[in-house]
Design a binder for this molecule. Structure first.
Ligand SMILES: [Zn+2]
Length: 113
């Protein structure tokens, strides 16, 4: 009788131990899956436009580097480049350059249509 109760207690402790170990493993697997999904989502959005989702192209103009959307012309710029752009008339010149480029592309499209 006494040994039965001891065995029962022992198997309960064993069950609890393996339950905890299983929970830990499941938690680890969920964490790994969450990290994997987060990485996939990040890489899927790399160099994609935040407004329309199309590809962004690395563009350099007057030593200024930025990304520009190939579809909606949204511009993505780093803080460092923004600081450089704010000096002198660089930002104004860049906007003019981008507008000239857009007009040229539109005229090109009209000509080919
Ligand atoms: Zn876009």
């Amino acid at each position: 009788m006494y040994t039965d109760r001891l065995n029962e207690q022992h198997s309960l402790l064993e069950e609890e131990y393996f339950y905890k170990k299983d929970r830990e493993l499941i938690e680890k697997m969920h964490e790994a899956e969450r990290k994997k999904q987060e990485l996939l989502a990040r890489t899927a959005h790399y160099h994609k436009c935040g407004c329309c989702g199309h590809d962004m192209k690395e563009t350099v103009h007057d030593d200024l580097q930025f990304l520009q959307c190939q579809h909606c012309e949204n511009v993505q710029v780093s803080m460092e480049m923004l600081e450089v752009m704010s000096q002198g008339k660089k930002l104004k010149n860049l906007i003019s350059e981008l507008q000239v480029r857009k007009q040229a592309e539109e005229e090109e499209q009209k000509a080919s249509a």
